[in-house]
Design a protein around this ligand. Structure first.
Ligand SMILES: Cc1ncc(COP(=O)(O)O)c(C=O)c1O
Length: 436
């Protein structure tokens, strides 16, 4: 085996050869060399509970034995490593059939990609082709990927480049209950955020749109969790103006939110297209978009191709991941352990003055940190410090939000209540140390 580089060697090579955008979590960057189940180990052998699951990419647990055995068998039998859709292969179609067991009856036509960004690109393209319209409505605080159309739909200035053209898109107000842009509270709310989608269409388009795109829980935005009724109302508006509803489930898919494989099913969102990636391959580089027959057929006659999309190894890893999620009842586990963890975090919120809000669904949970619960001033530096302190105590968590003040929790779906207790203990003690 090739000799492993040290952390310092990696950092200096990254500085020389990577783009300056390749930043790292933690003041002292972490060099993870091993992983198993819910745990990872660094180059010095220190163990961490991985409560961010890669970056929301591990569902079945790191290096699951069933996935390892299947991939080893494929390699040992010299199974073709790359075939593309230009040749026949049974792995991608088996994945499409397996996934279709979990989507609404009208969502049956799949296109596999290497990433969530490409899945969204395909969805935008298909919506525009199907409607003959160009305008996409997105949400402020959203994130849909780093490719051209996905980035044009990004609701964070921190992710957008000055030179990036932003054309044929417009943004509706965010359904962010903790910081409601309409000044409402859950008791006084009349879903102004949903109604704003209509106002946005009426005031910044010619009155017809190609699509509306939204994440059912807004990941990069800091796990902003809109109310369930929001989606029904918005779907009706989108339809009235001729648009297609794209549900971006890159983070919320794969059973992470409990209840069903896709959160759109659980919330009753009548999506015309769902995009997904991240946890769907348990670490494999795979994304997908599923659409209705009617939309798919409008693409007929064109060449639309992705060299690595539908690769046998990636699609097989994704199919086995779903099998594991089914066999080990991981959707149910995400629901139960997620509710337990969310209750525990809400209990911490009562005595920890830095915690302003706890939200999310299943094992996709956000803890918004504020300097003051009355003013809700963002506690961004504190969030970075909390992450570092958790790491020192053997717990990895992520962060997000426009101001980087939301602690993000998205562990493997195999997480146990005992591990949730460990998490709560670590977060509680770190916050206590920080505020004493
Ligand atoms: C909701 C959402 N959509 C799309 C993407 C883009 O996925 P990828 O990074 O695989 O291109 C992300 C990535 O974080 C995401 O969170």
């Amino acid at each position: 085996m090739a000799k492993k580089l040290t952390a310092d060697e990696i950092l200096s090579l990254r500085k020389k050869h990577f783009l300056p955008t390749a930043v790292h979590y933690h003041k002292k960057p972490l060099y993870i060399t091993k992983a198993k189940g819910e745990y990872v180990w660094d180059d010095e052998g220190k163990q961490y509970l991985d409560a961010i699951g890669g970056i929301v990419c591990i569902s079945a647990g790191h290096n699951h034995p069933k996935i390892k055995a299947a991939i080893k068998e494929m390699l040992d039998s010299d199974e073709i490593q790359h075939s593309s859709t230009l040749y026949l292969n049974d792995r991608p179609v088996k994945l499409a059939a397996k996934l279709s067991e979990h989507t609404a009856k009208n969502l049956t036509r799949w296109h596999f990609t290497n990433s969530g960004s490409e899945a969204n690109e395909a969805a935008f393209m298909a919506a525009r082709q199907a409607t003959g319209e160009t305008m996409i409505i997105n949400l402020r605080h959203s994130y849909h990927g780093g490719t051209a159309a996905a980035l044009a739909n990004c609701g964070h200035h921190t992710w957008r480049f000055r030179s990036q053209p932003v054309t044929n898109v417009t943004s509706a107000m965010e359904p962010y209950c903790y910081r409601c842009p309409f000044g409402a509270s859950p008791n006084s709310c009349e879903l102004e955020c949903a109604k704003n989608v209509e106002t946005t269409i009426q005031t910044s388009t010619h009155g017809k749109i190609a699509a509306f795109v939204a994440e059912p829980v807004m990941g990069v935005g800091g796990f902003i969790t809109p109310q369930k009724d929001y989606f029904q109302m918005v779907a009706g508006i989108v339809r009235n103006y001729g648009g297609k509803y794209i549900s971006d489930e890159v983070q919320t898919g794969s059973g992470r939110c409990g209840g069903s494989l896709f959160l759109s099913t659980e919330l009753g969102i009548p999506a015309d297209m769902i995009t997904t990636a991240k946890s769907m391959g348990n670490g494999a580089a795979i994304g997908a978009v599923v659409m209705t027959d009617e939309i798919a057929e409008t693409l007929a006659g064109k060449s639309f191709f992705n060299t690595f999309g539908s690769d046998p190894y990636q699609t097989e890893q994704a199919r086995i991941t779903i099998e594991i999620i089914e066999e080990e009842k991981l959707i149910q586990n995400a629901k139960e352990v997620g509710a337990y963890l969310q209750d525990g975090l809400k209990a911490l919120m009562k005595h920890q003055k830095l915690i302003g809000d706890v939200r999310g669904r299943g094992l996709l949970l956000g803890v918004e940190l504020v300097k003051d619960k009355a003013t809700k001033e963002h506690a961004s530096l504190e969030c970075a410090e909390l992450m570092d302190r958790c790491r020192d105590k053997g717990l990895l968590v992520g962060k997000g939000g426009l101001k980087g003040n939301v602690l993000r929790v998205a562990p493997p779906l195999t997480m146990t209540k005992a591990q949730a207790d460990f998490m709560l203990k670590v977060i509680d003690s770190c916050l206590t140390e920080m505020t004493k």
